[in-house]
Ligand binder design. Structure first.
Ligand SMILES: [Zn+2]
Length: 210
């Protein structure tokens, strides 16, 4: 019996962290399309250049390109036991694509209110020198506005400006939210409260999977 999981949630829900914990717990591959695309864009190939252009323009990677990349993963023996997908599928069409190849065990939905998502994202900072990530609420630097590691200046991330946050929330409501409803109707949705400490969110996931 395969353990095929998808972790979904609004931007800032902490789904990447939960995907990592779940993958480690069950010794499954954690497949983050965000990480894969950031790797691919550095490659000097037709695909790499195409992905880089989209990411540089702040656009989402289109469905055909996503399928090209995901299909390479789906065909690897690494996924024999199962997987934890994070960042894919992100709309109903992609969910349909995945369904052609794999039977989903659960879509785990990390539920976080809009206000909390916006608060978390707008508190993100990155070091302008060494690119270390901070969060002025959760991972505070010792000295305000200064990187602990290198003394560099902390700035707002490109993906966390008020305008970028608005675009990401709109994208979530237009594409991902309908996918959550689709999985709920199919009876494979596990909804967990994402507004609690990381370990408590994970406990709720584990209880829900029993
Ligand atoms: Zn730094």
């Amino acid at each position: 019996m395969q353990m095929n999981y998808v972790i979904a949630g609004p931007p800032g829900s902490g789904k990447g962290t939960q995907a990592e914990l779940l993958a480690a717990k069950f010794k499954l591959p954690h497949i983050s399309t965000g990480v894969i695309f950031r790797e691919i864009q550095t490659q000097d190939t037709e695909l790499g250049r195409r992905v880089k252009k989209l990411l540089d323009e702040g656009k989402l990677v289109d469905n055909p390109t996503v399928y090209e990349v995901v299909l390479q993963k789906l065909n690897t023996p690494e996924l024999r036991k199962g997987f934890v997908f994070d960042g894919f599928p992100r709309n109903i069409e992609q969910a349909g694509f995945l369904a052609k190849y794999k039977e989903l065990s659960k879509c785990i939905f990390i539920d976080v209110s809009d206000a909390e998502c916006i608060k978390r994202m707008s508190s993100r900072r990155v070091c302008s020198d060494c690119k270390a990530n901070y969060n002025v609420i959760y991972i505070k630097p010792k000295k305000e506005g200064i990187c602990d590691k290198c003394g560099g200046k902390l700035v707002i991330r490109d993906d966390s400006t008020p305008e970028a946050i608005k675009v990401r929330m709109q994208e979530y409501y237009k594409n991902t939210k309908p996918m959550i409803d689709y999985y709920e109707k199919k009876g494979v949705l596990l909804r967990v409260n994402g507004e609690q400490p990381i370990n408590d969110v994970f406990k709720e996931i584990m209880n829900g999977l029993k």
